[in-house]
Design a protein around this ligand. Sequence first.
Ligand SMILES: Nc1ncnc2c1ncn2[C@@H]1O[C@H](COP(=O)(O)OP(=O)(O)OP(=O)(O)O)[C@@H](O)[C@H]1O
Ligand SMILES: [Mg+2]
Length: 331
Amino acid sequence: MNSAPLLRMRDVGITTGGRGNPRALVRDVNLTVAAGETVGLVGESGSGKSMLVKSAMRLLPRHTEAHGHLDFEGRSVFGFSPRELAAYRSRDVALIHQDPRAHTNPLRTIGDFLIEGVVAGGLFSPREARRRACETMASIGVTDPEHRLTQYPHQLSGGLLQRMMIVAALLHSPKLVFADEPTTALDVTVQSEVMAILQEQIRERGLGLLFISHDLDLAAAVTDSLAVMYAGTVVERGATAEVHSRPLHPYTAGLLACRPSATAVTRLQPIPGRPISAYEAGPGCAFAARCRFATEECRTDRPHLRTVEDRLVACHRVERIGAELTRAVHS
Ligand SMILES: Nc1ncnc2c1ncn2[C@@H]1O[C@H](COP(=O)(O)OP(=O)(O)OP(=O)(O)O)[C@@H](O)[C@H]1O
Ligand SMILES: [Mg+2]
């Protein structure tokens, strides 16, 4: 039996701008997803979440480049030959995008969309692929599956189209699913329906899930562990229940303090300033300019992830500020 985690990232970085003028978009990311584990990757817009997922699919845009080690079941994804890469994408992993309309061809039917990939990948005959597509649709509560195969993307609501993306992701029975903000484009009620379906399918099938979101509460509701990203790097990592109830990094605490409460009318506390990209960060902690606990050391010396209590945190001041952070989030 293979005891390696499904996905292991070691010191993964992504740069843009070529050798002449390299700019870091993601740096020093260490992350694992085990079989059957759900991991949330959370951070503000621009923090590098999608880039990281694209690097794991080897789908980075032109003029961007990944380095470091990224293994799937102990094999280097960055080192895959074209044939290995095709097999990895068509059998081992699946990607669900934020915006299903941008990832479907308006001129092709849902049937074409669902079936072409698995048939081209040599997994199933067209007939078997259709049968499986209908079966999977039925299992997630899509009515009249045969008819859906003949429809075009514009004939489906956003929620239904995103369900088709889930069907597409599950059709080839992958081991690991990357879900990049799968419900962000949907309205709230549809969002929770689609999330429930995704969660149920992942659990029932015992799949690994890397769930990307800017919404810490949503990620906390569906994951076993959380990695919080800021300016292209992970600043806090630990079991979801712990990170969510007792954040140790000021950025995680800031994310929790600025969300609206469903039960109390309190003044929201936005994180001051704006998020920055990895290449805009100075020599110190990328969050220092927005952090009310920052000292001179934070501005000059970059903190690395280190073990603090039950998790990993990249903050020089964590031992001094822990109690105050917990109070700030729960006040
Ligand atoms: N094609 C590209 N070439 C160069 N830089 C890019 C490209 N696409 C995105 N970036 C930059 O990479 C950084 C990370 O972007 P990314 O899309 O991964 O963020 P994200 O965390 O997914 O944000 P969002 O929540 O908005 O989806 C940003 O600074 C962004 O401007
Ligand atoms: Mg993104």
